[in-house]
Design a protein around this ligand. Sequence first.
Ligand SMILES: [Zn+2]
Length: 342
Amino acid sequence: MDILLPTSTAGSLPKPSWLAEPEKIWSPWALEGEQLIEAKQDALRLSLQEQRHAGIDIVSDGEQTRQHFVTTFIEHLDGVDFEQRKTVKIRNRYDASVPSVVGAVSRQRPVFVEDAKFLRQQTDQPIKWALPGPMTMIDTLYDGHYKSREKLAWEFAKILNQEAKELEAAGVDIIQFDEPAFNVFFDDVNDWGIATLERAIEGLKCETAVHICYGYGIEANNNWKKTLGSEWRQYEKAFPKLQQSKIDIVSLECQNSRVPMDLIELIRGKKVMIGAIDVATNNIETPEAVADTLRKALQFVDADKLYPATNCGMAPLSRQVARGKLAALSAGAKIVRQELAG
Ligand SMILES: [Zn+2]
């Protein structure tokens, strides 16, 4: 990155109401067939334009072409039956009706590669593409076939690696794996979670990131956060092993979270995407509040390794609020950039 403190988002941005019902996750599409394909591309262009207008440095597709960050990827795989649904607890937190693994999982064709090529055609800026991580994928499914979380995670890691290699070839600069499950299943993270993630990035030359957060600003997550006490030390469990891993960038939730900033010392040497925008509130941060979070992070991250970002995806927010938050992120990063230069 030639610029100091390059800004980006965790991934998703709100969809226009003509594409899908707004302010909702798993929101159903408003169109179908050819119209839907065209509308998704239009929304991607719009989302890119809004990021550019706000001054975001590393841009994404705003996840305009997917219904959900995990489910949409899985939908394209063989071995998963979307008709056979079971209710499971996601991340030990809330019940969701999820599809079932009914046979060996495989990827017959690319999932997001055409979308990534389309995004690449629209911009010369660095682009980041998000994929679900293996552990978060298995947590969003009922497995009636492998009957082993670990085994299924290794299978997904192989599939993710195939997809990631094609995204890299399509010109993606940073491939990010979303692993909110890393904040919940600490033993699994250390036993095989990070190892499966490294399998997913095997042989990649582009940069790789892992996004670990406390989730979208939905009620179940907000209620869970209330039970976590005055200090959130979940990151402490995965960080030592993550520091040793081959992942280049770690994306974290830091704004309004009760994560003690000094935990970041445990991943010293990694690039860190610091969440400086809270996605669980409609209040738009002031640039000064963003700057303040970045300054605190700078005690534990070298300036050339600090990437200001959002805490998590903004899909459930209104477009107006998301726009305001993107602008605040940019303005806050600018303040600190000037301080570092001065
Ligand atoms: Zn997140």
